[in-house]
Design a protein around this ligand. Structure first.
Ligand code: FES
Length: 352
């Protein structure tokens, strides 16, 4: 295959046919800021902060949506590029309530990073009045339209990544808004509360209600783990503060979920701290449960199995493996029933 190369900031960069300038830059450790770009989705080129200069092109081009070409001369840090990105950032800041002091995403915001990167210490433009009020009526997600930069990442996350198609762009001009259905509340729309829109929002327009004010990104320890709900084994990142989980996000690039989660995996972690959660085995005696040790409980179950098999034969027992178990546990369960008990009476609850 022909080896393709271009020059970026004076450096020779090799690339594969079909890669964008942004992808080539990333592979070569060259940082180009982005807001609307959602890896894996078709680039929309909506925000214009990834503009770069290409020799021979009259205007700046969006790195996220421009294919790399053999022999291109790309400059990502010229004065013209800086001026344009700075101006775009100024317009975005003037277009919303980007008050970092009160924003949950402060310290973890792509717009804040841009303002810092381009040294924006004052706003030259008047603030645009915000026509849409914050929506805070569902149990999981706060939608603050005054902080929305209309980058469309949430729409792509909903439509292309999760394929729920619950949200889209609505209205026009200064009234433009990300709408659910025909501009209804999230809880009255087709939204399934997977929270992918929150995960992909680069600013503080979409935030998780449960974790608000519980800890900034710099305060939390991130712990990679596997979702406890079903047997798919989605990879999670737990955000832990003072030994307590305050938020769950999808582990980036982790298989099998590749950055996606369902409503249970993302928001259903409260059970960990429930007072009603069973922490020890219970044995029923005279119609009442009493706590027992694992040894005592396992011995009791084993004795009961032995008793039934001795009396009625191995086909008198059966095992149903749980969809929440990992494959290895299900394998061991059928091995126990087939090889030890001597019956093929095994099944799995996800089979039906
Ligand atoms: Fe390229 Fe937004 S990241 S236009």
């Amino acid at each position: 295959m022909e080896s393709l190369s271009l020059a970026m900031n004076g450096r020779l960069c090799r690339f594969k046919q079909g890669q964008t300038i942004l992808e080539v830059a990333k592979e070569n450790g060259i940082s180009i800021p982005t807001l609307c770009h959602l890896p894996g989705c078709t680039p929309t080129g909506a925000c214009r902060v990834c503009l770069v200069e290409v020799s021979g092109a009259r205007s700046l081009v969006a790195a996220c949506s421009t294919p790399a070409e053999k022999g291109m001369l790309v400059s990502t840090e010229t004065e013209r590029v800086h001026k344009t990105r700075k101006l775009t950032t100024e317009f975005l800041l003037a277009g919303g309530n980007h008050n970092c002091i009160t924003c949950e995403r402060s310290g973890d915001c792509a717009l804040q990073d841009l303002a810092y990167r381009y040294g924006l210490d004052k706003l030259r433009f008047e603030k645009t009045p915000q026509p849409h009020k914050t929506e805070d009526v569902n149990p999981f997600i706060i939608r603050d339209f005054t902080r929305c930069i209309l980058c469309g990442r949430c729409v792509q996350a909903c439509q292309d990544v999760q394929v729920n198609r619950a949200i889209s762009f609505g209205y026009r001009g200064p009234h433009a808004k990300i709408i659910a259905g025909a501009d209804v509340r999230y809880d009255e729309s087709d939204c399934v509360f997977c929270g992918q829109c929150v995960e992909e929002c680069p600013v503080g327009a979409l935030v998780e209600k449960k974790s608000k004010f519980l800890g900034r990104v710099r305060d939390v320890e991130q712990v990679r783990t596997t979702c406890p709900y079903c047997g798919v084994g989605c990879q999670l990142t737990l955000h832990v503060k003072d030994g307590k989980i305050i938020k769950v996000t999808a582990a980036e690039n982790g298989s099998p979920n590749k950055g996606r989660l369902c409503v249970k995996g993302r928001f259903g972690y409260d059970f960990i701290y429930s007072k009603e959660r069973l922490r020890n085995p219970l044995i029923r005696e005279n119609g009442e449960f009493r706590e027992a040790s694992w040894d005592e409980a396992i011995t009791l179950v084993a004795d009961k199995f032995k008793e039934i098999i001795a009396k009625h034969g191995p086909d008198a027992v059966a095992g149903v493996s749980c969809a929440r178990s990992i494959n290895e546990d299900s394998y061991q369960m059928q091995k126990l029933f087939r090889a030890v008990f001597g019956t093929n009476n095994i099944d799995h609850c996800a089979r039906t």
